[in-house]
Design a binder for this molecule. Sequence first.
Ligand code: SOE
Length: 378
Amino acid sequence: MVGYAFMGRVHSQAWRSVASVFDLPVRPVMAALSGRSPGRTAEAADKLGWAAVETDWKRLVERDDVQIVDICTPGDSHAEIAIAALAAGKHVLCEKPLANTVAEAEAMAAAAKEAAARGVRSMVAFNYRRVPAVALARRFVEEGRLGEIRHVRAQYLQDWIVDPEFPLVWRLQKDKAGSGALGDIGAHIIDTAQFIVGRSLTGVSALTETFVKERPLAEGSSGLAGEGGTGEMGEVTVDDAALFIGRFEGGALASFEATRFATGRKNALRIEINGSAGSLSFDFEAMNELWFYEAAERDAGFRRILVTEPDHPYVGAWWPPGHGLGYEHTFVHETKDFLEAIAAGTDPAPSFEDGLRVQRVLAAVEESAAAGSSWTSV
Ligand code: SOE
């Protein structure tokens, strides 16, 4: 694994526990962790359960005892690491968004396609597809229980940078993160919506805003928190919020909102879908619930489905009904699906091609917003 901040920690947790929960055809061994600082990487490796340490990811990618490379770094290094790892014959799991630009994502998707022909697999880590309620929503749409999809209403609301004194961490710097709320959390709702509906966005019209234009420089800029101020200010070079409307293949109309300024909302990934035969509604802050309305049973209203039954996606391997799962379990599910695909010799989803599809939407949103919200094809 490369990187050991927030995503590195949650991925490590998944690698550690996946084989103790699911019956897998293979068992992961946590061979080595790579990070730039020898001391901090060794400390993280010890805490997270990695056997060895590398201070250069290039050495990690060359190791004979490494068959999978898990990329948990900021977006500016995804393309270089992923392409090198695939060329070296390593399967690659890469954090989202796939890259910082469409050009990088195209190069990664091309490398993934070429590698797949050699039996080398790749997957982008859109973990919210693996929330049981989200996977159940997908199942309902596939089974036709919603009928013809007319509306998709998606929001991803956080508030961790409302304070103007919050430091300029890497997620607020375009050269490292590619974009702001748009790429960090907007990418999740774009993927989740396209996954549930089973169709792609064809065009968008967008607005973006950076409310706080300068922030204190942080000494360290890892994860979601800075590590001590330097007293100087730096420019925020990404969006704080991105809103857009869009149209799906097949004609459904959609609205998307990704913001880090929704005071009081911590990790509210919400999606509501209206079809001719029914509707679905989901909010990650109550992630074990899916709300379902069937037009044929009008008087029943929206019903709360507690997604903890053994026949619900992923749930059977966990706890008895009603005991519930959390954020970290979505990564365990992602790791399970990835390992199963590798063992079966099939291509896991979401593929780098799916990641590229999201990247094209992100680029269209930025283009539209820069052109005064003009309609922009994806
Ligand atoms: C920060 O906004 C963040 O950690 C994202 O980077 C993750 O992808 C999301 O799952 C939670 O919030």
